[in-house]
Each structure stands twice: as C-alpha cells, then as structure tokens.
Unconditional design. Structure first.
Length: 317
C-alpha cells in the first residue's frame, strides 16, 4: 500500500474538509495556513495543520494545498511534500498536549532580549534559546555573557559568521558556556574544526544526508517537522538512536494545532526541551483554550477545541 494511502487507511477517512486561516503576530505581520479535518466511519474527526514556511519550505502554501486535495481525492503523487506528509501522519483525534519540557525563545534588540530573559527566569525556565544574528557584535557579546550565567543557553547564529569570524567571536567564551551554538557558520565544511559545542538546523534542510555523526563537537540536531516532513524527521529519530547527539524538536510559527502535532511526534523519542515558543509571538490562536506556554513544562491533558469561526472552509469531499 502506498505511504499516502496508508495514512488515510489508518485514519479510516470517509470525508474531509479543508479550511484556510490567518493568524496575526504581535508585530502586525500575518501567517496564512490551512487545516484539514478528516472524518472516519465512526464520525470521529482528526485535525492537522499544513503550513509551509515561506523562504524555508521546499513547497509553497498553494503547492501543498493542491497536493493535499489530490491525495484526498485518491491521486497518487510520486512523492509527498514535507508539510503534507507531516499533516497526514500526525492528524490528531484528541486535541491535547502531552507533558513536555519547553525552551523559552528570546529575540529582538538587546533590551527586549534582557526583558524577555527576566520574565523567563521568573517563570522558572532553565533552558532558553537566544537569536543573535540581528544584534551588533558588541550587543551579542553583552547578551550572551549575561544569559549564560542565568540559563542553560542555546545560541542561534543562523549561519551569520564565516568560519574565522565564528571562531574569533566565540573564543571569548569558555567551551562550556553554552548548551550549544546553532549554525555558527555558513562554512559547514569546516565544522570539524569548530571549537565549541554546536547544533545543526538549516544545514540539514539543505543537505539531508550531511554526515554530522563524526563531528566531535556536534551536540544537537534541530528538526522542524513542518519544513522537513514526517519521513525525514523519523529518519533523524532513527539515525540518532543511542547517539550522544540530542534531537531537538522545533517549530516554524505554526498555530497551537501544529505545535500539538510536533509534541505528539516528539514524545516518541528521548525528550529535550522543545522549541515551541514561537506561539508567544501571535495575538491569537485557532485553539481554545489558548495554549500559552508560560511554564517550563507544558501539560495540557484536557481536550482543546478548534475555533471554527476563525476558519474559512474552501474545499470538501
């Protein structure tokens, strides 16, 4: 049985509806996405989000939508787009969060980051991730030097530096200053000689077969299932079994529904604090109660509900 057919067979799909929705971020920008509702022969519904991330995903939102419709109508594409495979493999009948550890996200200016850090400390977070690519080198040093004394710190450099620039900047800190430095340089062929513990994210999106296992200082792999898809994520989970390297699940501005899908996939492997705090950047959500991740452990055993008034039905079958 083809993979896409097995997803639908598992869910016993007899009818489906696709909805469009748009969420607003606190900075005024918006995120356009789709959700699918699959109904089985017992009239139970399973929900999933399909949200390719512009600039990072291989497929556009329209390409994902068209393929999803084709699959639901019985077509057999030669391959599934990552966001479509993730949606069909992780559609949820029970809308609740498992108990998972969380990592707080800090971003913005130096002042904004330090305000967010104080709030995260007050809430009890021990693990935080800070983005530094938007900061001057002076501000980045000041922020990191303060935060490393407060938290187990993940630093996201987003491949900002050349290899020599990365070495020069991070040599100002002890080797054990950070949990890991995510994507310290765009010169990935030289990572074997990087001095500090590092993690990979964008590198594996561009080069899924990149051989990281023998890189001594590679301490973490960050996976975004909506961008990399169900199959690549499961392959990484298998690849890192019994390895010293952490697998960190992360989000790319999904709604609470998409974050639930990530969480339920993540609990199938060894858990490290998940990077799901992008949700705090939105003013609203399609789930109610609004699943704000305001503590270092997310535990939401009660069922959430879809706010259907925020959805626009666009297709059904």
């Amino acid at each position: 049985m083809p993979i896409y057919s097995s997803f639908l067979h598992r869910l016993d799909v007899i009818s489906w509806r696709i909805f469009r929705f748009q969420l607003t971020k606190k900075d005024g920008s918006t995120r356009l996405s789709h959700v699918v509702c699959l109904k089985d022969s017992n009239y139970q519904e399973a929900w999933a989000e399909i949200s390719p991330f512009p600039g990072r995903s291989k497929e556009t939102i329209d390409e994902a939508l068209l393929q999803l419709i084709a699959v639901l109508k019985g077509k057999k594409p030669s391959h599934l787009y990552p966001s479509v495979s993730f949606a069909l493999a992780t559609a949820l009948k029970q809308l609740s969060f498992p108990s998972i550890p969380l990592c707080a996200l800090l971003s913005g200016s130096k002042q904004e980051i330090m305000q967010q850090a104080l709030l995260a400390e007050h809430k009890g977070f021990s693990s935080v991730k800070v983005k530094i690519s938007q900061l001057s080198l002076e501000d980045a040093f000041t922020v990191l030097d303060q935060l490393r004394k407060m938290f187990s710190l993940r630093v996201d450099a987003n491949q900002r530096f050349s290899f020599q620039e990365a070495l020069y900047f991070f040599k100002q800190f002890p080797l054990a200053a950070f949990d890991f430095i995510e994507e310290p340089t765009w010169e990935t062929s030289r990572l074997a000689d990087f001095s500090h513990p590092f993690g990979l994210d964008e590198t594996l999106e561009k080069k899924p077969d990149f051989m990281f296992e023998n890189l001594i200082n590679c301490k973490a792999i960050v996976v975004k299932p909506m961008i990399q898809g169900f199959f690549t994520t499961k392959k990484l989970m298998k690849r890192l079994e019994e390895k010293r390297i952490k697998l960190i699940f992360s989000s790319c501005y999904e709604s609470g529904l998409g974050l639930m899908q990530i969480a339920h996939l993540a609990i199938q492997t060894k858990l490290y604090p998940l990077g799901l705090d992008t949700q705090s950047l939105f003013t609203e959500d399609i789930l109610t109660p609004f699943p704000i991740f305001s503590s270092p452990i997310c535990s939401c055993p009660f069922p959430a509900q879809i706010q259907t008034h925020l959805l626009q039905e666009i297709y059904h079958g």
